[in-house]
Design a protein around this ligand. Sequence first.
Ligand code: PPS
Length: 306
Amino acid sequence: MKESMAQEAKRPLLSEGKKHPPLGEVKGILLPRTTVNNWDQIQKFKAKDDDLVICTYPKSGTTWIQEIVDMVEQNGDVEKCQRSVIHLQHPFIEWARSPQPSGVDQANAMPCPRIMKTHLPTQLLPPSFWDITCKIIYVAQNAKDCMVSYYHFQRMSQILPEPGTWEEYFENFINGKVSCGPWYDHVKGWWKAKDKHQILFLFYEDIKENPKSEIQKVMKFMGKNLDEKILDKIVQETSFEKLKENPMINHSTVPKTIMDQSISPFMRKGIVGDWKNHLTVAQNEKFNRDYKKKMEGTSLTFHMEI
Ligand code: PPS
């Protein structure tokens, strides 16, 4: 573990006595046990033509694109975007933690047009989504930064397994032994799916580098037409600094029994290239060799720094 990272992780890696439930599995993909227990309801979910689905591998900029989409939908009206916490605005399809209503129950109770979120890989998406013409926005982040963000998230999440040491987590991540399965198959699956479905495929690194042009893509995809002034406002209002302080977005209202942000904040760093503070030279070399094999033959490429 690198020194700067050791400082960031100096708070307890594994809080003693904390019970993190183990993951379950569907078709070889690890998922939260509560999701697996509710699988029947999730698979039977009925998608509608006017649905918009935000889809990501975990820790790839989901919350960021959710707020961008909401601001576009609300024509840049900041007050309207503050109407409720973000996880209540966009049902999380595979969320299932009773006694809360499941993501499917929330979506079914919602007026149309609905905007929802999922982290499912293509092969686990409820089949009804493939039979209709709904829109999907997929955001991908480079695997190294995603792994780092996921590691810190698992340190603070009380509903995912504890990540173990960074060295252990590194091995688990590259072997797909994390919730939602291998990053590699997830991004490749959705990259392929975009050729047959209405999918806007975006990159975290592009949004970071040029938010306005990426937000413009979202706007056009959603069939909206907002003027330059509103676009500039959306860029400002969805910056990392703004969202980190926004209680509707930063998950500060989520109970500690789900996310303990005293261990690591949900809005942690929001940068491209933090992997350089985490991967050792040997891990980086191992990662690159493995990555080359797993990503061979795809036209999908990522920026590891900007
Ligand atoms: S989750 O739990 O899967 O929904 O998490 P997700 O929202 O996908 O990812 C969280 C990471 O996204 C970062 N983030 C941002 N980065 C840049 N700009 C903005 N506006 C922004 N909003 C959220 C957040 O900080 C997490 O990344 P890390 O690297 O851990 O900081």
